[in-house]
Design a protein around this ligand. Structure first.
Ligand code: HEC
Ligand code: HEC
Length: 356
């Protein structure tokens, strides 16, 4: 568990990307050559020279349309950069002691789609509703032989890995189960199981997101959309922005004290929000799809202030997306939450590690 927390902490310090354009699937000849060389050097050992997987350690295929189209970019990037605890898939990010810097990780991620000619798709983000008890028996009967009785992995990936579950949406899991992974032993269960059973097994997997421990930690519930706006009857805050986007922490503290009307977004991974956050902050992790950046956020001029760890990468990313979606009053806490905490400013510790 400790390793997982360290891992999640590392994730919280390493936001994906600053600009959407970094994820272009148009690679020039030099990039194609460089990525191929990295792949052959670091990955072909297990995933095979032609990326079809199963060269070693049951490493999955990196060619299946079903994986590539739904996993780009965040899921692939985090799998490569941070690995899967307890499996042969290590983290390759230099932040984890691995060999690849962020540009190289990004290049590899883009190349995996580019070389296969796969276009990303956006899955609907509706949570899957299912009967987890029924799901447990479907899992035992139809899945455990390959994925392990406790999701620890066997010939199929370790579905119980908290890093996998933290990065896989319900829709992503459902898509993998219903459509299978073309060209691999993972068949399309849409042909074999009623929808209800597929939903049930997704709900069951989701219920294990705490790491298959018999005693799941008590997780704090994120605020409901109706409670997103702090001090709904308050006046607008007055912010002085550096470079048109960065607001000093002191002005945000004053706005909180004066009970001004605004929204605070924590753009780190939701696990970081669980650990601690600025009181009233809504978890809005940077790894959400661009067109979901505004989910449930009123687009009526209410000030939206985002923050991340340090310095601004995750919050820049989210705020850029919001601005592209037409949100007018958006800002980023200049210092980030690490400095905020170091200054002794108020934070709420999450339910997982500390009591309320
Ligand atoms: C015959 C073995 C086998 C069975 C049975 C099986 N799987 Fe799989 N599953 C695999 C393999 C192998 C992969 C990796 C395929 C690849 O991409 O190369 C996989 C991939 C997956 C993935 C994607 C994981 C990831 O890391 O992206 C999910 C989710 C999944 N399986 C769920 C299930 C569920 C739920 C069931 C039961 C209903 C099931 N599987 C049954 C072998 C199996
Ligand atoms: C030592 C063997 C090994 C090496 C080397 C390796 N991988 Fe993996 N990789 C695995 C295994 C095993 C898994 C499945 C882990 C699990 O159970 O979730 C995996 C999973 C993945 C996944 C997730 C796929 C999915 O279906 O969810 C991606 C993406 C990936 N590897 C990319 C890479 C890249 C890129 C490299 C090189 C930088 C690399 N791997 C190097 C063994 C390896």
């Amino acid at each position: 568990m400790r390793n997982v927390l360290v891992l999640l902490f590392a994730l919280s310090l390493s936001p994906l990307s600053v600009a959407q354009s970094n994820w272009s699937l148009e690679l020039d000849a030099e990039e194609m050559t460089r990525a191929e060389a990295l792949y052959q050097q670091y990955c072909s050992l297990c995933h095979g020279e032609d990326r079809s997987g199963y060269r070693a350690d049951h490493a999955p295929s990196l060619r299946s349309q079903s994986l590539l189209s739904t996993a780009f970019p965040g899921f692939l990037f985090t799998a490569i950069g941070y690995g899967r605890a307890g499996t042969a898939m290590d983290g390759y990010s230099d932040e984890m002691g691995g060999p690849l810097n962020r540009d190289e990780l990004r290049l590899l991620t883009r190349w995996l789609l580019a070389v296969e000619g796969v276009e990303p798709v956006t899955l609907p983000d509706t949570p899957v509703q299912g009967d987890a008890t029924l799901g447990a028996s479907v899992y035992a009967e139809r899945c455990a032989s390959c994925h392990g009785t406790r999701g620890q992995g066997d010939t199929g990936p370790a579905l119980g890995d908290p890093a996998l579950l933290a990065n896989a949406s319900d829709a992503f899991l459902r898509h993998a189960i219903a459509n299978g992974r073309d060209g691999t032993p993972m068949v399309a269960f849409a042909d074999q199981l009623p929808e209800q059973d597929i939903d049930a097994v997704v709900a069951y997997l989701r219920s294990q997101a705490s790491g298959w421990s018999p005693q799941p930690p008590t997780l704090r519930k994120p605020p409901a959309p109706a409670d997103y706006v702090l001090n709904p009857d308050g006046e607008e805050p007055v912010f002085t922005l550096r470079e048109g986007r960065y607001v000093p922490a002191a002005e945000v503290v004053r706005a909180l004290e004066e009970k001004r009307r605004f929204i605070l977004l924590d753009t780190r991974p939701a696990s970081a929000w669980q650990r601690s956050h600025i009181p009233g902050a809504v978890p809005m992790p940077y790894y959400r799809e661009k067109d979901r950046a505004g989910d449930n956020l009123p687009n009526d001029g209410t000030w939206i202030v985002a923050y991340c760890a340090c310095p601004h990468a995750a919050s820049d990313f989210v705020v850029n997306n919001l601005r592209d979606l037409g949100y007018q009053n958006t800002a980023i806490i200049d210092e980030g939450i690490l400095v905020w905490t170091a200054l002794g400013l108020p934070v709420t510790a999450g339910g997982a590690l500390a009591a309320d």
